[in-house]
Design a protein around this ligand. Structure first.
Ligand code: ATP
Ligand code: MG
Length: 654
């Protein structure tokens, strides 16, 4: 693995310590059958990005063609101006006259093992019926509907039904508390809440209706609540406000004409994961978003009609919006959905599902891969995973060792891996390999998607051709956010003010290598500052994960009189490995050998769990609070507060 290399100089960017030289070229047989086989697509798109996006837009169904591809008044972009379309029409109606009509759109499995299949024709009918229900509840164009549900088909149906009538959905992940739900309802001023009697998580009930009732005590905008019966959990129904989904759906017409929406009309609001602070209500428009997710889904996952495509993300996150619902369905694909936890009833559940349904494309998060690594290769080893042909990751930088493990143990050494960088704000994948043509390296998201212009810049906005700095996107892209809901000033300040008004600042550190490939280094807010060197968290963490005893690591800087910052590492070991003082010095030595003395952690704390957001991302800012002995910052998006209390105690003892 990584060769030691000197820091790349003292330019005010980010120094690079880790170098990775393993390379995996696309397999010739894969390439022959891939949607994208020809590297000239990059040059073609670069030569005329707007013409490129227009050619992508022609793959989407429009009721009225656009007049102008892009109206760019930095930092405000309007895509496919004058065009009219409907997102639910694109995901449903357009397939009804084709071979996809009776193809499974959704293969669903509940945590207890119950199954449902919805063909495109069935999904269309259910969507129309629920769209008619919403209309009867007084929902119309532009009205906001909050969806707080388990991962069941009704969630996708409710989203598509909103899109059908021009209403704006705001999905709140079903793992959030009533407080978080209340805030999000109030921010969006939703008039309808769709929820369920409850959901399943590791065999126990998540009382969604009870949480909804608590939230609604402080959310006066909601007039109607629709409750899906998921598990026959007991619920209180409030007369005049609450109705059951199945009662409302009874005798509803299965026809509902799709509302012709302007390309720029709002499709949805979605709150970011809250890794760096208070979540932001990101607004996505219809036309550009559909073009962006339709194209990236087809090209990045090489999605075909015969695939069984499984993105394990919950629909409550943007990955679920773009790559469980809108992208795959607009492509007429078969989407697998699994409601529950990966370790229920045992740690083989995901692999059992892959074998059972013959999953061909599997897309998950590094946090999940590191958990699989911790649990050991025996679990996937018990199942037949030979149907898999492509793997993907998203959500955090992937440590090279986790990438290699994924490739070997899940992909059987034969599946290309697409490491896809993007955000709630970007709506679509922006940096990624194209599996038929892009050579991959463990830990690199490789290059910008065709038509996307990404660069690494230094503090002053100068281009870093090779080395570390800040990731920047230099021209608008179709699925880009429109604004932050209710806070247009913050939209400008947060994303378009670091350099010039036409350059997007995602808030991530990145490095470019001499081939021009991108390596994500972690969040700019988390950058370590040691003895005059700025280092991304990713590199030190990857050096730790490279040690055979380690499954996961988070590194933060804490104030130090001499060095500026000293490093504190929080480490989770693989199952069955004992932590002791000896291992502490071994790990410190390992980091020094891999990347240099500069990155030697001062403290190493072993922990069974790291603090993560509910979407599974490590929250380093809270670890930093612990390391510096400060009061904890915003913890509302934290998955399990107990983890933090244990760590705090442990850190103070050590
Ligand atoms: P908040 O913005 O509220 O702090 P968040 O950034 O975690 O939350 P998301 O939009 O869910 O919310 O996450 C996007 C971020 O996830 C990116 O900015 C990046 O830091 C990280 N990320 C996503 N995919 C990758 C990837 N392939 N490689 C590296 N980092 C990634
Ligand atoms: Mg973010």
């Amino acid at each position: 693995m990584p060769r030691k290399a000197p820091p790349s100089g003292t330019r005010p960017g980010i120094d690079v310590l880790l170098h990775e030289n393993r390379v995996f070229r696309p397999d010739a047989a894969f390439r022959r059958r891939a949607h994208v086989r020809d590297v000239s697509v990059y040059a073609r798109a670069r030569g005329n990005p707007e013409a490129f996006w227009a050619s992508c837009a022609r793959e989407v169904a429009w009721f009225r063609p656009w007049k102008k591809v892009l109206a760019w008044n930095p930092p405000h972009a309007r895509w496919f101006v004058g065009g009219r379309l409907n997102a639910s029409f694109n995901c449903l109606d357009r397939h009804l006259g084709t071979a996809a009509r009776n193809r499974a759109a959704i293969l669903w499995e509940g945590e207890p093992g119950d199954e449902r299949t919805l063909t495109y024709a069935q999904l269309h009918r259910e969507t129309c019926r629920f769209a008619n229900v919403l209309k009867e509840l007084g929902v119309g164009r532009g009205d906001r509907v909050t969806l707080y549900m388990p991962l069941i088909p009704e969630l996708a149906i409710a989203m598509l039904a909103c899109a059908r009538i021009g209403a704006v959905h705001s999905v709140v992940f079903g793992g959030f508390s009533s407080e978080a739900l209340k805030e999000r309802i109030n921010d969006a001023k939703a008039t309808v809440l769709v929820t369920a009697d409850g959901g399943f998580r590791r065999g126990s009930e998540v009382p969604l209706k009870k949480f909804s009732d608590e939230a609604l005590l402080g959310a006066p905008s909601v007039r109607h609540v629709v409750v899906v019966r998921r598990g026959n959990f007991p619920v209180q129904m409030q007369e005049g406000r609450d109705r059951f989904w199945h009662d409302l759906m009874k005798d509803r017409s299965a026809e509902c004409p799709p509302e012709p929406m302007n390309s720029e009309d709002m499709l949805y609001i979605l709150y970011t994961s809250g890794t760096t602070g208070k979540p932001k209500g990101i607004v996505h428009a219809t036309g550009g978003y559909m073009v962006g997710v339709h194209t990236t889904t087809r090209w990045v996952f090489d999605l075909k009609p015969e695939d069984v495509y499984w993105c394990t993300a919950d629909i409550g996150w943007v990955t679920g919006h773009s790559y469980v619902v809108y992208g795959p369905l607009s492509n007429g694909a078969t989407v697998l959905m699994y409601e529950g936890a990966p370790d229920w009833p045992d740690r083989g559940r995901f692999w059992q599902i892959c074998e059972k349904y013959g999953v061909t494309i599997f897309y998950t998060a590094p946090t999940a891969i590191r958990a699989f690594m911790r649990w050991g290769g025996d679990w996937p080893g018990r199942y037949d995973l030979s149907s898999l042909r492509l793997l993907g990751t998203v959500g955090e930088p992937i440590n090279p060792e986790a990438w290699m493990w994924y490739r070997k143990k899940i992909g059987g050494g034969r599946c290309p891996i697409v490491d896809t960088w993007w955000q709630t704000e970007t709506g679509m994948i922006l940096i990624t390999p194209l599996p038929g043509i892009t050579p991959t390296r463990p830990g690199s998201a490789t290059r910008a998607f065709p038509g996307v212009e990404a660069e690494v810049l230094d503090e002053r906005g100068r281009v870093v051709k090779e080395g570390g700095g800040y990731l920047a996107i230099r021209r608008p892209w179709p699925a880009m956010l429109q604004t932050i809901y209710g806070d247009p000033d913050r939209y400008v300040k947060q994303y378009w003010s670091k350099w010039d008004a036409g350059t997007y600042f995602p808030g991530d550190g990145a490095r470019r290598d001499r081939r021009g490939d991108f390596w994500l280094l972690g969040r700019v807010d988390d950058v370590l500052n040691v003895a005059g060197h700025r280092i991304g968290t990713m590199e030190v963490e990857s050096a730790l994960v490279d040690h055979p005893a380690v499954a996961e690591a988070a590194v933060v800087g804490k104030a130090h009189d001499l060095k500026g910052q000293a490093l504190a590492a929080f480490v989770t070991l693989k199952e069955g490995i004992q932590s002791d003082g000896d291992l502490v010095s071994q790990l410190k030595g390992h980091v020094v050998r891999r990347i240099g003395a500069l990155a030697r952690p001062d403290d190493i704390v072993f922990t069974a769990e790291l603090p993560k957001t509910r979407s599974g991302k490590i929250m380093r800012r809270l670890l930093k609070d612990i390391a510096e002995g400060r009061a904890l910052g915003d913890t509302t998006t934290l998955a399990d507060p107990a983890v933090l209390q244990v760590l705090k105690q442990k850190y103070e003892e050590d």
